[in-house]
Design a protein around this ligand. Structure first.
Ligand code: SF4
Length: 330
């Protein structure tokens, strides 16, 4: 049946463990998509290395950690093709074919590159790998003939470049690669502990399977509405990081309790955080146990990873052969 479903390709970049921002921004969508589409979910370590190349030895550990997280949170490795990017070298071969037909100007115009360039210079990641990131992304999708890519509204420009590269390829070689369409998904902006966007580079993250003690410590350190410097002062929940998390983890009754209690100074921030902590822990406990079990059974995890990568590789190899036929390279 699966061959009749449209094919989705999406990936999570390996740089660290997954954090709750990754879950709400991507993984939760994947869990929903896996029932409707034929899905290829990649753990994109080659993309991770563009910025994490100085700590390459950590990437292997995070690949396994992310794989275990995905399964623990509900991605079915039987139903989907879940793989590690570097285990499928066809991505790099296709990247090279695409790199040759991509004018430099296309990459220079990508808004995220323009935004990131200064930061890249400051962090010693102003490198060819990072600059050519969108070309590898196009190869990641085309190597599986992905026709749909889940994206948030802010990632449309990257996908447009992928479509341009594939269009140019099809024009030059009379190929028939699908131009992937965006599958617009909900990607709420998840604040970090300090109220800025959650990001490992800001050191403000909550990891997806944080242990209970650390979770409590992190929730207690969350920035609250400054109007509530004193317990008797009412506050505005919408201006509070804790409330942003309640909206993700708490029931409508709990949300009502927070809004009423905060705006009337009927509850203190400590109580509010304790409730959030309990609600987050309730959703995290079972996946955390499942992940631990997988990581404690390396042979089982290895066999799931190997099977996923082999499945991906067979598909990629088949498609790459077709691509090379179009290019008259074989
Ligand atoms: S009561 Fe809750 S929502 Fe209000 S400021 Fe304190 S932590 Fe934030």
């Amino acid at each position: 049946m699966s061959q009749f479903k449209p094919r989705v390709m999406s990936g999570a970049r390996t740089t660290h463990q997954l954090h709750v921002g990754n879950y709400w921004g991507a993984i939760r969508n994947w869990i929903q998509l896996q029932d409707q589409y034929e899905c290829f979910f990649g753990i994109m370590d080659l993309h991770g290395l563009t910025t994490a190349y100085k700590r390459a030895e950590e990437i292997k550990i995070y690949n396994r950690d992310i794989f275990a997280d995905l399964i623990a949170w509900g991605i079915d490795p039987e139903k989907n093709t879940v793989f590690i990017q570097s285990m499928v070298p066809e991505h790099i071969e296709l990247f090279m074919y695409f790199a040759n037909l991509t004018p430099m100007g296309w990459l220079e115009r990508v808004p995220t590159w323009k935004d990131a360039e200064e930061e890249a210079k400051a962090s010693d990641t102003h490198n060819l790998g990072r600059f050519s990131y969108p070309v590898l992304q196009a190869a990641d999708i085309a190597v599986y003939q992905g026709s749909l890519v889940p994206v948030g509204a802010d990632q449309m420009a990257h996908l447009e470049l992928t479509r341009e590269i594939i269009r140019r390829f099809n024009h030059l070689y009379k190929g028939k690669l699908p131009e992937p369409k965006p599958l617009l998904t909900e990607t709420p902006l998840i604040p970090g502990l300090d109220g800025r966007k959650m990001s490992k580079s800001y050191n403000n993250t909550i990891f997806l399977t944080e242990d209970e003690k650390t979770l409590k410590k992190k929730v207690n350190s969350m920035l609250t509405d400054s109007r509530r410097a004193l317990r008797e002062n009412p506050g505005v929940p919408e201006d509070c990081t804790v409330y942003a998390f309640h909206k993700l983890y708490s029931t409508p009754d709990d949300l009502k309790w927070v809004v009423e209690g905060c705006t009337t100074a009927g509850i203190g921030c400590g109580e509010c955080k304790a409730k959030l902590c309990a609600n987050m822990e309730a959703k995290t406990k079972i996946p955390r146990e499942k992940k631990k079990e997988l990581l404690n059974n390396p042979k089982t995890l290895d066999s799931i990873i190997e099977a996923g990568c082999e499945k991906a590789r067979m598909e990629a190899r088949k498609n790459l052969n077709t691509i090379k036929d179009w290019m008259k390279l074989r």
